[in-house]
Ligand binder design. Structure first.
Ligand code: 1GP
Length: 270
């Protein structure tokens, strides 16, 4: 949930001198109640946005139930903080943002959506096709669209394969810069550099530096980030936000999740 009168775009674009953290929850990987518990731990640890999505074939009922459960938990925490003289309501006003694999994985309960063009796809479906199917739904339900260029970098994983991406290689700095300029010229506000969920190697820092030179875009980086060291590499290279998903899925329990997220998020603030 967002503060009154704040848009997701202003929230995500609000320049912070620190790199911020996004927790990605894949609705296919746990039931909605566990997803909400994980999201609350993430916010307690300092995660500043929750993405919901990831898998390519999750039905929208599951996506919706997960968004509803997370929003309800956030609302309860806002209320609890409002009743506590030492509570900080604002710290629980965290946007829940769809990160869809396609036009099927949508929910009116989300605050916003990364409305993405997979810019290095060879398939019309991922350049504009899924977007054509999803746009009327988003308009009907008033879900804010965050215009996002999405670039899949090597190794790329499943999203690289399914999205038919011409993978960006670690030495493709000039190409990434051209993509970033193109995204800005299209009026996109966000650029997401993706190595693929569970990737063995994260996005090469030289690619992040190159994209950051464009200056006009909010830069998100994700895929393969599991440790404080990896998070710091992405942050130092110029990421405005880093995204982790597998780290949360692989945590043994909520305490383990708390330890792992605290390590990663502390590295961003060091
Ligand atoms: C996947 O970039 C995200 O789309 C997160 O990747 O699951 O490897 O953290 P991980």
């Amino acid at each position: 949930m967002l503060s009154d009168e704040e848009t997701a775009l202003s929230y995500i674009s609000n320049k912070s001198d620190k790199t911020r953290h996004i927790t990605l929850i894949d609705p296919a990987k746990q039931d909605p109640e566990i997803a909400a518990n994980r999201a609350m731990v993430a916010v307690e640890c300092g995660s500043k946005m929750i993405f919901v999505g990831g898998s390519t074939d999750t039905p929208d009922e599951i996506v919706h139930a997960t968004c509803v459960a997370i929003q309800e938990s956030l609302e309860l925490r806002v209320f609890a903080a409002s009743q506590d003289p030492t509570g900080d309501e604002e710290s629980w006003k965290i946007p829940v943002v769809l990160f869809p694999g396609g036009a099927h994985a949508l929910s009116p309960a989300a605050d916003a959506i990364t409305f993405m063009m997979l810019m290095n796809s060879n398939s019309r479906k991922f350049l504009v096709g899924e977007q054509l199917r999803g746009a009327p739904y988003l308009q009907k339900f008033g879900v804010e669209a965050l215009p996002t260029g999405y670039l899949v970098c090597a190794p790329g994983g499943r999203v690289g394969e399914v999205g038919d991406a011409d993978l960006i290689q670690p030495d493709d700095s000039e190409l990434v810069f051209s993509y970033a300029l193109t995204a800005a010229m299209y009026g996109f506000k966000v650029l997401y550099l993706e190595a693929g969920s569970g990737a063995e190697t994260q996005v090469d820092p030289s690619l992040i530096k190159s994209a950051a030179k464009c200056g006009d875009l909010v830069l998100l980086v994700g895929g393969g980030i599991r440790t404080a060291e990896q998070a710091k590499i992405a942050a130092d290279a110029g990421a405005d936000w880093i995204v982790t998903g597998t780290l949360t899925e692989n945590a043994e329990n909520l305490d383990d999740l708390r330890n792992k997220l605290t390590a990663v998020i502390s590295a961003l603030n060091s």
